[in-house]
Every structure is written in structure tokens, then in C-alpha cells.
Write a protein that binds this ligand. Structure first.
Ligand code: DON
Length: 304
């Protein structure tokens, strides 16, 4: 299969797509990004790398970080983690508070903000130096020690984190947050403000496509069983109240972020990342969804 030719076709099609999407502006620093940025990187298990556009430029990974956080927390805590966070799709926006009230402070899944805040709380309790250890984990799976946060995005989100603070307060009232609220919020925002390129994200997500192992040297980063579970949660909950639509159109497990990135994986085949900052009303990259739908259609490689 000529993957580069397929990516070139997708790139051409993207330039002709009419976009109605809007860049995320509730974190003011994110609103400064050029909305026309576009990059894609496909990393195949057996047949190399293919890319176009600014696939090497780092952007704010935002909620894509929730997959790394879940991976670390699952390795540290095992199944006990799921006493504090469920694995059901929420059918609600990523920053919603409504279900938490009637579900007694137990978030629906680890990929909505509430769930990721519980995971952050768990990591703070488990790790000696949560920020450093979290970044080290990303360095380990990418072999890119220069990956770090964007301090302007970090400060900007901190200034406007009223909703996440509300979510944390509600969960603390239900007894599902152990640590100090400001400490948890600070660590959560730190994770979201990490910057990575499409190329680096595809490399990192290769562990989920490759049975929990780094492709480069076969180091087992997470067990096969945990890989299966993380992929299942990406499939059912990776796109919030658009998880069904993403499955329907693309047919891969994946995760989005309000920085405009989407990463998706095909077990045993590939990891792919697309970056296009304009978001649809559900908070997912509009052109990103289009590009991935075209990728699985043109290659015939989706999990369904
Ligand atoms: O907590 C927030 O609202 C952001 N730091 C992350 C949200 C996000 O990326 C949702 N994804 N589509």
C-alpha cells in the first residue's frame, strides 16, 4: 500500500474542505494559535513513517495527556483505580458537572475532566515527584527528553480554571479526592499544557498499537491486558459525547484534545496523529475527524 500517496490525497482534500470549526478560546493562550496549522503523521508497525504539513511542530496536547495519566495510574494502582472512576461513556461534554451530582462524585470515565482529575489525585498520592515523573514517562516512551510544558498555556489555563475547580470541589465533597484541591488542579493543568508534535505523539501511542511495548526496543511499558483496557476506553470514551460518531466515521480507538490534536491507533498496524486547531461544537478537531475518516476508508484499515 502506498501510504504516502494516501496521505498526500488526504492533504489535498483537507485544503478544499469548508471548515466551520472554531479554535478553543476558553483557554486564552490557545486562541493565539494560527487556526490554519495542519500536520499529520502516520507511524506503521512494519512499514515506516509517512507525514505531511507541520507534523514536526509541537502543540498543546491538552486532553490527549489523559491517556498517559491513565496508563501511569493503572501501572501503579491496578484495578483498585476503578473503584474511584468508572469506564462508561458519559454522553456529556468533557467538562460537564451534571452526572457527578447524582452519581456521588464517581466520574463516568478517566477521559472526561472529572475522571482525569481523580487520576491526577491518585498520581499525586502515588508518585514522589508527580510533574517530573509524568514528564519522565513521556520521555521514556518517546525517547525525546526535550518534551516539556508551555508555561504560557499553563498560566493561562490556571487563571480560567473555574469549571475544573468546581468539579474538584464537588468530588472532594463526596470524598473522592484525597489531596489539596489546588495541588490537584495544578498538576492536572501541568499535564494538559505539555507540547508534543504529531510525530512524537504517534511514536508515544505506538505502545497502544504494539501490545504495550515500545516498537524501537520491545520494552514492555504496560501489560497486554492493560493495553487492551486502555484501548477499549479510548474507543468508548475518547471523544466525549462524540465517541459514537468517531467510532461510526473512523472506527479506531483514539483521543482528542482542545489544542486540535487527535491520536488514533490500529492495534498491530499503526498509530496516527493529526493536528488542526479548529474544533467542532463537541470540542474535537473538525478536519482531524475528516482526515482520519478518509485514512481508514482509503486504506481499508479500521478495527471494524
Ligand atoms: O481541562 C480542560 O478543559 C482542558 N485542559 C482540556 C480539555 C480537552 O482537551 C478536552 N478535549 N477535547
Amino acid at each position: 500500500m502506498d501510504y504516502q500517496q494516501i496521505l498526500n490525497q488526504i492533504e489535498d482534500e483537507l485544503y478544499t474542505q469548508k471548515s466551520t470549526g472554531k479554535i478553543a478560546s476558553y483557554i486564552p493562550e490557545l486562541a493565539k494559535i494560527d487556526p490554519h496549522k495542519l500536520g499529520m503523521h502516520l507511524y506503521c508497525i512494519n512499514s515506516g513513517h509517512y507525514h505531511f504539513g507541520c507534523n514536526d511542530e509541537r502543540f498543546s496536547i491538552q486532553s490527549i495527556s489523559k491517556v498517559f495519566a491513565l496508563t501511569l495510574a493503572m501501572s501503579l494502582l491496578g484495578d483498585d483505580l476503578f473503584k474511584r472512576v468508572d469506564v462508561e461513556p458519559s454522553g456529556n461534554p468533557f467538562n460537564s458537572l451534571v452526572q457527578l451530582e447524582y452519581e456521588q462524585g464517581i466520574p463516568r470515565n478517566p477521559f472526561i475532566n472529572a475522571g482525569a482529575l481523580v487520576i491526577s489525585d491518585i498520581l499525586i498520592s502515588q508518585l514522589d515527584n508527580p510533574k517530573k515523573d509524568f514528564l519522565n514517562f513521556i520521555h521514556q516512551i518517546t525517547d525525546e527528553p526535550s518534551i516539556t510544558i508551555n508555561t504560557d498555556v499553563f498560566k493561562s489555563e490556571k487563571e480560567y480554571s473555574y469549571r475544573n475547580a468546581a468539579v474538584l470541589n464537588l468530588m472532594k465533597a463526596f470524598g473522592n479526592i484525597e489531596n489539596d484541591i489546588d495541588t490537584v488542579l495544578d498538576f492536572y493543568i501541568y499535564q494538559c499544557s505539555i507540547e508534543m508534535s504529531c510525530k512524537e505523539l504517534s511514536k508515544a501511542f505506538m505502545i497502544y498499537a504494539n501490545q504495550g511495548k515500545k516498537l524501537i526496543d520491545n520494552t514492555q511499558i504496560i501489560s497486554l491486558q492493560k493495553t487492551k483496557r486502555i484501548n477499549a476506553i479510548m474507543q468508548t470514551c475518547g471523544f466525549y459525547d462524540e465517541a459514537g460518531e468517531f467510532s461510526f466515521r473512523v472506527g479506531l480507538p483514539g483521543k482528542s484534545g482542545v489544542g486540535g490534536g487527535i491520536v488514533a491507533i490500529h492495534p498491530h498496524q499503526y498509530a496516527v496523529t493529526i493536528w488542526s486547531p479548529k474544533l467542532n461544537p463537541k470540542g474535537n478537531s473538525e478536519l482531524g475527524m475528516y482526515a482520519l475518516e478518509r485514512l481508514t476508508t482509503l486504506t481499508g484499515l479500521s478495527i471494524f
